[in-house]
Design a protein around this ligand. Structure first.
Ligand code: NAP
Length: 259
């Protein structure tokens, strides 16, 4: 299927690795020019170069922390007007509710709610003026199916979800489509770290942890960043004008519910 977005320009945040990179690559495969961001300059530039070589699109890379105001300003200045925005950042650390203080919640809110909200506030108005725009927020399965040790994530992502529910409907009539993608377990560095932690706390090997987790996923495996990216590219396509404010779970069937 031609997604109809060749020649569009996208800002993809937190995209040197993992799910963000999967989204950047899938958009580049459709002929979308990119502005990509992450904090580590070396990995980011390597990713930018690899995408340019493979897909022949323009790629601007801007190393900055997207969770702080200065980082957002730098990224927005480098990006200028864009047609497509994919928000993403690292997830909050796991822990125990007894230990979390106000500052832990503020950090999680900054990273996983207020940063995407600031980016949408900056970029959605020009999308509305142009009569076309697409936003995909990478959130988490935790929005639908909370994970106790990721309570900071459960909290911040649910806040973002509530915000998007209103904003997406407010701008739908202007040709701007905003949706959220909710990853379940995907094979990325983030999950490797969480698998390592689970192995330590349950006194198991990493292989045992992975086998247990995969057995609990109806698809029988972890998701891949590339397939996550293709779902993102579809939600950024010409064909999604009637899909508004949705939360699409990509979890291999782990969440057991009829709806
Ligand atoms: P990952 O493999 O660890 O990749 C994270 C990417 O984000 C890297 O490019 C990293 O580069 C960049 N990044 C992290 N913090 C950043 C910041 N403050 N500013 C700019 N860039 C930043 O993670 P992932 O698995 O792709 O996860 C992406 C998001 O999905 C996270 O919020 C995660 O919690 C969520 N999620 C993932 C899964 C999963 O199974 N993978 C499941 C549920 C939710 P630098 O470190 O160089 O900045």
């Amino acid at each position: 299927m031609d997604l109809g977005i060749k020649g569009r320009k996208a800002l993809v945040c937190a995209a040197s690795k993992g799910l963000g990179r999967g989204c950047a690559e899938a958009l580049a495969a459709e002929g979308v020019d990119l502005v990509i961001n992450a904090r580590g300059e070396e990995a980011l530039n390597d990713t930018a170069e690899a995408i340019k070589q493979r897909f022949g699109v323009n790629v601007i890379s801007i190393a900055a922390d997207i969770t702080i105001e200065d980082g957002q300003k730098a990224v927005l200045a480098a990006a200028g007007k864009v047609d497509i925005l994919v928000t993403n950042a690292g997830g909050p650390p796991p822990g125990n509710w007894r230990d979390w203080q106000r500052e832990d919640f503020i950090a999680a809110m900054d990273a996983n709610a207020l940063a995407p909200i600031a980016l949408m506030t900056a970029l959605v108005p020009s999308m509305c003026d142009a009569g076309w725009g697409r936003v995909v927020n990478i959130t988490s399965v935790a929005v639908k199916s909370p994970i106790a040790v990721l309570g900071l994530s459960n909290t911040a992502r649910t806040a973002l979800t509530g915000y998007v529910a209103g904003l997406s409907r407010d701008v739908a009539g202007k040709g701007v489509v905003i949706n959220n993608l909710l990853p379940g377990f995907h094979a990325t560095d983030r999950i490797a770290a969480l698998d390592g932690l689970e192995a330590q706390t349950t006194n198991s090997s990493i292989t045992e942890v992975r086998e247990r987790r995969m057995a609990s996923i109806p698809a029988g495996r972890y998701g891949k960043a590339a397939e996550f990216g293709r779902a993102c590219a579809f939600l950024c396509s010409e064909h999604v004008g009637f899909i508004i404010g949705q939360n699409l779970l990509l979890d291999g069937g782990s969440f057991s519910g009829t709806l």
